[in-house]
Ligand binder design. Structure first.
Ligand SMILES: [Zn+2]
Length: 69
């Protein structure tokens, strides 16, 4: 009977740890997933961090930013 209890506890821990690991993985992917924006001039998708911003518009390069002015 004691063995069954140990197996039950083991299975419970396995499920709990599995859920925790899965939750950590999904939360870390949402953190690393960076926001994409579109260049107003050539419609190229770029990371918001790398994009040049002019008001509400984003551009992939300085040339495209200048050409939309
Ligand atoms: Zn562009």
């Amino acid at each position: 009977m004691r063995i069954l209890v140990l197996i039950a506890i083991g299975l419970l821990l396995y499920v709990i740890i599995g859920n925790l690991l899965r939750r950590n993985r999904t939360s870390s992917t949402t953190i690393s997933a960076e926001k994409m924006v579109q260049c107003k001039h050539c419609k190229l998708h770029i990371l918001e961090d790398e994009a040049l911003r002019s008001g509400d518009d984003f551009f992939c390069s300085k040339e495209h930013l200048e050409s939309e002015k």
